[in-house]
Design a protein around this ligand. Sequence first.
Ligand code: SF4
Length: 311
Amino acid sequence: MDTKLKQLCQTLQLDPASLGLVKSNFPFKAHADFIEQIETGQPDDPLLKQVLPIEAESQVHPEFSHDPVGDLKANPTPSLIHKYHGRVLLMASPRCDIHCRYCFRRHFPYEAQINQRHWDSALQTIAADETIHEVILSGGDPFTLGETALVTLIEKIETIKHVQTLRIHTRTPIVAPSKAPIDAFLNWAQQSRLNKVMVVHCNHPHELSNKTQYCLNAYRQAGFQLLNQSVLLNGVNDREDILIELSHKLFAQGVLPYYLHQLDRVQGAAHFEVTLQRAQALMETLRKQLPGYLVPKLVQEMAGEPYKTPL
Ligand code: SF4
């Protein structure tokens, strides 16, 4: 068994033989900050379920694919994804601080996409297209790039005059807040001309802690608009009380709920899927019990569509 998984089981006082673990090309990965938030002795812990490679992942489902949102068909130059009007997604890093088992890019060929040469041609493509006013840094997770390299990349984007907004999609402030970029990154943010948006990814209220609070507060004070996207996951957060608590806790940490994603149908993640009927019933309760600004939009990304589809 993977040594890190063995250590995890020891830390959490779990019997590995009872967990149905499998070897995977997308191996187990979780930062210590995330592991700290998992309850000891609880094999059904909602955070643990997001990171354990289990037998259900090996089942092949004909309706699930390796590229469920059509990234590779919207890839005009390596490292760049251009699906939606006015904005492009630049892949800044192939790595993450966690391997979420339901990740829609778990099979993505990052090695062929991300390097300095590809970034240079991606930046040239952005500079040549004046309709692009927003650049989204994604990955992987851009915050795994290293602070100096991240700031250097952002400063190059900032020199393109028609780019008005920088958006960062990151799970690091939630799953590894103690290693999220702070110093040089905040210095850049405080003096930047760009509008700054950060979309974090938090699925369950237990993922939020004093450490996430500190980190998110620093980004908010530096001028970032903070939004959250969650994925609706069977056995993790598919309950009204959990989603309501999540919205309240996010707001208490300065983050507005933005999207609740219906699962992207990626091969290996079918056991996380929640039916559309159940998802819509959950949303009905959220609308009844939360103020409008705390109700996320239920959406699904459909390959080839010009925007995320509201459900
Ligand atoms: S942090 Fe995002 S990109 Fe990384 S594994 Fe999780 S879902 Fe995938």
